[in-house]
Design a protein around this ligand. Structure first.
Ligand SMILES: [Zn+2]
Length: 148
């Protein structure tokens, strides 16, 4: 959950003392970082974060659509590298401000979506005021672009 990441070093939860270090991707990306959520809400729970600071999902513009799409691609790749291949049973999305106080954009990747616990189903709920799926965000950004 975001809250747990907040207490740690802001976006590289990696550096938390006492936490087992579990790199979730044996690959390096130039523009994106991926790490395991330190308080997983599902058997697989990763965060994909752009290295470059780009605000939150509320401040994104249409020009960021490729970035969001790439975050999703990396999320899928990370799942597959961790031997999770049922990409239909995945929940990916963003917390909508102000419900997440981390200002650094981060994509939550949870799988299998069918195994989310009660609290996780609430925190990462589709069509809620506080969580927006990657698909919805992309659609929203594209629509805004068309309108301007
Ligand atoms: Zn979050």
């Amino acid at each position: 959950m975001c809250v747990s990441v907040l207490g740690a070093s802001p976006w590289l939860g990696l550096a938390v003392p006492g936490q087992p270090q579990q790199p979730c991707a044996p690959v390096q990306y130039d523009d994106l970082v991926c790490f395991r959520d330190i308080r997983p809400g599902a058997p697989h729970h990763y965060l994909v974060v752009p290295v470059e600071h780009m605000g939150n999902c509320k401040t994104l513009k249409a020009e960021h659509v490729p970035v969001v799409q790439r975050m999703v691609e990396v999320g899928k790749a990370v799942l597959q590298r961790n031997n999770f291949n049922d990409l239909n049973d995945v929940r990916m999305g963003f917390h909508w401000p102000p419900f997440c106080s981390i200002s650094h954009l981060h994509l939550h990747v949870l799988a299998p979506a069918s195994q989310l616990g009660f609290l996780s189903r609430l925190v990462y709920r589709i069509n809620s005021y506080w969580f927006i799926t990657a698909d919805q965000l992309i659609e929203r950004l594209q629509t805004e672009n068309a309108a301007s």
